[in-house]
Design a protein around this ligand. Sequence first.
Ligand SMILES: Nc1nc2c(ncn2[C@@H]2O[C@H](COP(=O)(O)OP(=O)(O)OP(=O)(O)O)[C@@H](O)[C@H]2O)c(=O)[nH]1
Ligand SMILES: [Mg+2]
Length: 509
Amino acid sequence: MFKSVHKMFLRNLKIHQTAIKTIELMQKCSFESSASTIFALSTNIKSSGSAIAVIRVSGDKTLNVINSITKGKADYIRSKPRHACLNDYVDPKTNELIDKGMTLWFPRPKSYTGEDLCEFHVHGSLAVINKMLSVLSDIHGCRLAKEGEFTRRALMNGKLHLIQAEGIRDLINARTENQRRRALGGLSGMLDHKFNRWREQIIKSMAHLEAFIDFGEDELIDDSVVKELSENIRNLKKEIDQHIANTKLKSDLIKDGFHVAIIGQANVGKSSLINKLSEKDVSIISPISGTTRDVVETWMDIDGNCVCIADTAGIKDSNHPHIDPIEQQGIQKAIQRAKECHLIILVIDASDVYHHKKLIISNHLKKIIDEKHKSELLYLINKIDLLTGKNERQELESILIANKIQKPIYVSCMNNEGFDNFVQNFKQQIEHSVGNNEEDRISFSNERHVMHLAETSKELTITMENFDKDLAISSFHMRQASYHLGCLTGNITTEHVLDVLFKDFCIGK
Ligand SMILES: Nc1nc2c(ncn2[C@@H]2O[C@H](COP(=O)(O)OP(=O)(O)OP(=O)(O)O)[C@@H](O)[C@H]2O)c(=O)[nH]1
Ligand SMILES: [Mg+2]
């Protein structure tokens, strides 16, 4: 009796899965049936114009479009797929010449979208582009593409996988060398391969488990099958968890940038440092204590990494005699920034330490140092040029050691002393945090990947918990796990996922 309930449970699950597939198919069909011929400018618009602009057209009526604007040259162009043909482009209503340009014809299915596609390479002036787009929009059955619609069609026509489409989006949006490399990781299909391997492993384990539930007792299938399955699932979950842990932070760093905060007491040279690092006049420098009152940011490309450096207000304690309400707000912002950033450069005034024979820092700063991991702190001892007397620097070093300042770097923002060494250390620290080897590249994961991987891992935990209790429940959760991996790779997609993905694309892609 108990076993037949299990079988019914599994049968219902199968019906449920089939229903999901049907809905997906309907969604796909409704998208395809609404497809018309689309066009868009695929290159950037510059108000000053550019040498060339590319206008793409994709869909069933592409040849009609070519014919309309080339004064009936479609047959000739059609006979020359993937060849550059020089043509006059005209307004079909008036026969007025718009421009002379190059036409490239890509017949389906060997095109980017998998549909008939052509590219018009015209001169990149605003007037030519506007006239071309206006003429195309007047052709019956032809409309302006939506964001990412070309890539969306490529996905629907099986020219790309979902993760490759994401790779294209990231490649277009890549601001640095590292972002470009990571995007290629997604584009190359390596990630796809990894996720598909995991999904296949789960489906295979699920098939074995269901066979055991159905025939285990009758056919006397050995119990060790379940033990082996449990072990496989445990290892797989470990691999997935490792992937999430290894890559989430690094992916965020690549995507959203590496955030550095320059923190310290007032007047130690924080603004001098940001200006020197960025080689720009980012922040006001003055001998007046409390000059910087806000967070002042600048973005830099450091060895291909996108780095945001923030100058902050000098941190004083609230009971400091010279502190006004605006400075107080600036200090709160500095404390907040210190908490959120990936790396703190803690600037200390060398002459100040030397003359007081101890390190004087506010309680707020002490708390920041305590709360940050030591790998997230870089101690920069500035104004070293002021210690010129015999043994002064050795004495300074001893005071810093006594105050447990780890691996201090000595510089002078005034005369450049030690600056190259500091920059080298700084770059190494960023490289170490961001990671840049082959494995890191394959592991590039965006928020959507991490979300589905976390769900998969959760389902596998419940699967394992139920191996000793109820195998049907284990099987159900394996199915859920494979569902999440399917969503991840795009084997199972919903319109919502596609809408979110393509909203970040530009119109002509
Ligand atoms: N001798 C010497 N003076 C420096 C050095 N770096 C900065 N200064 C001077 O120290 C003073 C304070 O520099 P800032 O860069 O404005 O210091 P800050 O930490 O941003 O100060 P607040 O914004 O007030 O917190 C200025 O007069 C700078 O010229 C250095 O390496 N050596
Ligand atoms: Mg300042």
